[in-house]
Ligand binder design. Structure first.
Ligand code: XIL
Length: 337
């Protein structure tokens, strides 16, 4: 069986999101197929910094360190995911004894958290998703994010919520050699892409962003590969790297909550042909030096977040290998063109 990492060597690293337990259940497949990893959950605030305060006893690096070890043992690169996101952050980050914590306190906690992780993973993690999903699908700032509520005011009048700029500036000052990314989904077009473009321009003007992650939680129903191409080109024109950071292709239409009992041969073939079209775009864009990495959100269909999202308990088959780790037709479409 070909190795994706080898086949794509001339183009870009091939990555996968992992959990400490999938390093065990999927370790052989990962070692054979990818040369880059990202922690699916193990570096998120609630896992890595579960307890209030900022001393070593507040942190728990156990799960993340297992991933670092595996990456090092197999000579893989490692992406960092993620510092500032509205999900999977403990409530204490935004509270104090009198209720809502002040903007000053919340930003100080944010900086302390980032400093601790940047120090702990120094030399191991080559890039970080500094801010994740700060924009809504209609292109507004995500005002219901606890970060926005606490520190979303634009006191310096640069058009960007202060917590975003401060996160990037702090990361840059603390770890000048690490690549800093803004990461989001549904940014292939429309008002959301427009907003992300203006955000990246503002951050680029300050010299504090290096890349944009297009998550790539797509489906058999879209987005069209040419739309993806135009998004990559528009972002790359801002003089930043573009990566696809969380690729998977659901077999369900967005908004549809019906479920299938199995992946039919017809759907498997459609999935293969969609994967083929996306990877044709990826190879073209890599040759033009506009796309620098592709990371799948998992490796095989026995472990995918889409089994619990957006419909709890519904089986999905979004990845290149089946639940028994056998290559699907989607794998062949990506590995042999
Ligand atoms: C998901 C994980 O895959 C799940 O295990 C977890 O329960 C929720 O988060 N965008 C992101 C990722 O940036 O961090 C999310 O990961 C999927 C959507």
């Amino acid at each position: 069986m070909p190795s994706l990492a080898t086949v794509y060597e001339p183009y870009f690293p091939i990555g996968a999101a992992v959990e400490p337990q999938t390093l065990l259940s999927q370790g052989n497949l990962l070692a054979a197929q990818v040369n880059s990893l990202v922690a699916e959950n193990a570096m998120k605030w609630e896992r890595i910094h579960p307890r209030p305060g900022d001393d070593p006893s507040s942190y728990d690096f156990t799960g993340a360190d297992a991933i670092v070890e595996f990456a090092r043992a197999h000579g893989m690169r490692l992406r960092g995911h993620t510092f500032v996101w509205h999900n999977q952050v403990p409530p204490w980050v935004f509270q104090d004894s009198s209720g809502q914590a002040s903007k000053t306190d919340v930003l100080q906690r944010m900086r302390g958290h980032m400093s601790a992780l940047l120090a702990h993973f120094r030399g191991e993690v080559y890039c970080w998703d500094v801010v994740n999903e700060a924009v809504t699908d209609t292109g507004e700032w995500r005002a219901d994010s606890p970060w926005f509520r606490a520190a979303g005011a634009d006191d310096d009048g640069d058009g960007v919520p202060d917590y975003i700029v401060q996160a990037f500036e702090h990361a840059r000052a603390t770890a000048p050699g690490v690549k800093l990314f803004y990461n989001d989904y549904n940014i292939e077009g429309g008002a959301k892409l427009d907003r992300v473009v203006s955000l990246v321009k503002a951050l680029r003007g300050r010299g504090v962003v290096d890349g944009v992650g297009i998550q790539g939680h797509w489906s058999l129903y879209g987005p069209g590969p040419e739309l993806v191409r135009s998004a990559i080109e528009r972002l790359a024109a801002l003089d930043v790297e573009v990566q696809v950071t969380e690729l998977d292709l659901s077999v369900y239409r967005p908004g549809d909550s019906s479920s299938l009992a199995e992946l039919s041969p017809g759907l498997a073939a459609e999935q293969a042909s969609r994967y083929a079209s996306y990877f044709k775009v990826f190879r073209d864009e890599a040759e033009a030096r506009r796309l620098t990495a592709v990371t799948f959100w998992g490796i095989a269909d026995d472990h995918t977040w889409l089994d619990s999202f957006p419909v709890t308990g519904r089986k999905d088959w979004p990845l290149l290998f089946d639940t028994h780790h056998r290559p699907k037709s989607a794998f062949r479409a990506v590995a042999q063109w």
